[in-house]
Ligand binder design. Structure first.
Ligand code: NAD
Length: 669
């Protein structure tokens, strides 16, 4: 098939619409990457643009009624950003309404180019992308929509449009998978890597699907080396995975709770036995420092053990004639991020299983070997393997899974974007959702704090594991009177952090998970320094000795206004900002002045101030003078504000989500 890239309405007026999701910076970067690859391979690129006369007489009737004057010929708003401008030889097709096929010119052009496969990118997903894709489908083209390169100011409408199109007309793929699908994937050092992962696991068996699009997992320590090629499961595999889990779940929910608990204890033992091997795998595949990977393994084992004990509280007699109990929900969809590839899935899966549910798990794409080892360990513990179905895939796979009528509840950990899409999909079917989402955590350092201890703790919390923890400190708020002294101590603690090989026990800062992730982090820092007036205090660069991987030095920025993007948004990299506060009230205002609310920490020796902090900080997890930042397996873990939805995770709080209460009146048979 011959592909052509169609850029629809990539014009400044559309990019400037408030509420564009994802934001223009991210969108432009994604489209630029795709455009570069198509141009590099001399494949056709066509720019489809809305173009309106100056007096607006030919604009759509509703624009005329609303007085909208956008994309007017000859104005800067009608043009694309400079980096996405058309070059010689690239056609520009004009339109006035939604579809690029409106005039017939696009169809003629594509025929003359011999193109029969369209890669569609641009704006807006729910409007012109949808209309153009629908018309292309009707004309017989094969269509891929570039999932990283579309946006809309109406994200809910966009999500529904995506589902509608995916079920009919187009595949939605990330840039990597598109380049592989059209034969433009970057040559890897080990291009012959044939480590093809099965697409999923259902009814106790792995399912292969070599025809599916693939996603390449590159080595974080050597960015041109592929570690695995992972298929993106589609709806037919999801159907099989859910059907397998449904059948297995029936017998499981009817089994005595104590039997389920003892099988979970056996699972904890299998995981414990694999502690060192799995920690090594996590370090090698994800670049997680081995010390952190071992800590994650310990947390994972504790989660399974705590879950096994939850069965003690399933039934309660309330005297004669009344019993309350907690029952299984059915098949639970478990969707997990890449950064805690063992502890997060095990915590969710163990809690789901102990209450009698079965599971369909969609792990994050990186490190599929870890997911396969987890699936194998379930069977090794004697738990019926069909209880844990697994599908590998991307956001599209996760969305298809969540929207499936066979799913009784969804538990997801990930970014805010994933959470808001999940909320919409679950709301449509009334599916219970538990979502643990991104943090943007503040630590307040008052003048009376032990500054040395605070700096030591915060350097690790902000930059350990390259800041790739939801609980990482991203905003250090320091009382003005000690700002200079504290900053100096903090910089000296940052300088002590060992940056290096994740397999070295002394390493504190390994690489970011991928080169693409590092690019996003670097773009966020560049914006803070160039546009928002921030000042770089440390880092901001790739360490020379590790150029082959995706390392980035611990980066501290000051001088930003509270509204700056680096202050307001989670960077999920080794980046923190330092902010000065006039007094305690100002510090609390800065601490609470973001949309997220996962963790807040307070450093002060004044007990009264500590109480005031506990009374006013808006976060699900509070810490007083912490020297380390542990997560207990039996304490509630849940973000406030946009950092979480539904009941928190872990320990007895999991019962609120993974089981449904029931009241039984009458004499029991
Ligand atoms: P991510 O949101 O990209 O992916 C997480 C999971 O959700 C993956 O399985 C992914 O395929 C899926 N997903 C991604 N986009 C989706 C969408 N639009 N719709 C449906 N599913 C989608 O996150 P990541 O990069 O894997 O992990 C980092 C993020 O996770 C950070 O924001 C971090 O703060 C957050 N996180 C939160 C916690 C917590 O407990 N609060 C713990 C770890 C990580």
């Amino acid at each position: 098939m011959k592909p052509a890239l169609l850029l629809v309405d990539v014009q400044n007026d559309y990019l400037a619409r408030p509420g564009l999701h994802p934001g223009a910076d991210l969108l432009i970067a994604g489209i630029a990457a795709l455009l570069g690859a198509f141009r590099g391979a001399s494949l056709p690129v066509i720019h489809v643009r809305t173009m309106i006369a100056e007096d607006g007489r030919d604009s759509m009737p509703h624009w005329q009624r609303q007085g909208t004057r956008q994309c007017v010929r000859g104005t800067p708003g009608s043009l694309p950003p400079q980096s996405l401008a058309a070059v010689d030889g690239e056609a520009i097709v004009e339109k006035r309404y939604f579809s690029g096929f409106e005039s017939g010119r696009l169809d003629t052009l594509l025929h003359s180019l011999g193109a029969d496969m369209l890669v569609v990118a641009g704006l807006y997903t729910h409007g012109c992308i949808r209309a153009t894709v629908t018309d292309a489908y009707q004309r017989g083209y094969a269509i891929i929509v570039a999932a990283d390169c579309i946006a809309s100011p109406d994200p809910h409408h966009a999500l529904i449009s995506r589902q509608w199109l995916e079920q009919r007309a187009a595949r939605f793929l990330a840039n990597d998978a598109i380049l592989a699908a059209v034969g433009l994937a970057q040559p890897a050092a080990n291009a012959g890597c044939d480590e093809l992962i099965p697409a999923g696991h259902a009814a106790g068996k792995w399912m292969n699907a070599p025809e599916l699009p693939l996603w390449n997992h590159f080595d974080p320590c050597s960015s041109d080396r592929i570690l695995a090629r992972i298929p993106l499961a589609d709806s037919s595999l999801i159907d099989k995975a859910i059907a397998g889990a449904q059948v297995a779940g029936r017998a499981w929910s009817a089994a005595p709770a104590a039997e389920r608990a003892s099988l979970l204890e056996a699972w904890a033992q299998v995981v414990e036995h694999n502690r060192e091997a799995w920690a090594g795998m996590v370090a090698r595949q994800l670049g997680k420092p081995i010390t952190d990977a071992r800590e994650e393994m310990d947390r994972a084992i504790a989660h399974v053990r705590v879950a096994a004990q939850l069965v003690d509280s399933l039934e309660e007699s309330h005297g004669e004639g009344l019993l309350t109990r907690h029952c299984a929900r059915g098949v639970v969809a478990v969707i997990t991020p890449w950064n805690n590839p063992v502890a997060l899935p095990l915590a969710k899966i163990a809690s789901a299983l102990v209450f009698g549910n079965s599971v369909v798990w969609k792990p994050a794409l990186p490190a599929p070997e870890v997911a396969r080892a987890i699936v194998a360990s379930v069977a090794a513990a004697g738990i019926p393997p069909a209880l844990l179905s697994t599908v590998f895939g991307d956001a599209g796979t996760a969305q298809a899974l969540m929207a499936h009528p066979g799913i009784a509840a969804v538990t997801l950990t990930g970014s805010q974007r994933a959470g808001s899409d999940a909320a919409l999909l679950c709301a449509r079917r009334g599916t219970p959702l538990q979502a643990e989402l991104g943090g943007n955590n503040a630590a307040i350092v008052m003048a009376d704090a032990d500054l040395d201890a605070a700096a030591r703790a915060l350097a690790m919390s902000a930059f350990g594991f390259a800041g790739q923890r939801c609980t990482a400190t991203r905003r250090v708020i320091v009382e003005e009177s000690v700002r200079g002294r504290f900053t100096e101590i903090l910089l000296s603690e940052i300088a002590k952090l060992r940056v290096g090989d994740p397999l070295e026990p002394a390493t504190r800062v390994g690489p970011l998970v991928s080169a693409a992730r590092r690019k996003e982090v670097m773009a966020a820092v560049a914006r803070a320094l160039v546009i928002d007036g921030g000042r770089l205090l440390s880092g901001g660069a790739v360490p020379r000795e590790f150029e082959q991987g995706s390392w980035y030095l611990p980066t501290l920025v000051d001088g930003l206004e509270p509204e700056a993007a680096l202050v307001q948004q989670e960077t999920f990299g080794p980046v923190a900002v330092i902010q000065a506060a006039k007094d305690f009230a100002d510090a609390i205002r800065l601490c609470n002045g973001v949309g997220q609310g996962l963790v807040a920490s307070f450093f002060s020796s004044d007990a009264g101030r500590q109480r005031q902090f506990l009374a006013s900080a808006e976060a699900g997890i509070l810490r007083l003078n912490p020297s380390v930042f542990p997560v207990a397996a039996d304490a509630p873990f849940g973000g406030w504000k946009s950092s979480g939805m539904g009941p928190p995770e872990h320990g007895r709080w999991d019962r609120e989500f993974f089981a449904q209460p029931q009241a039984i009146y009458g004499e029991l048979p």
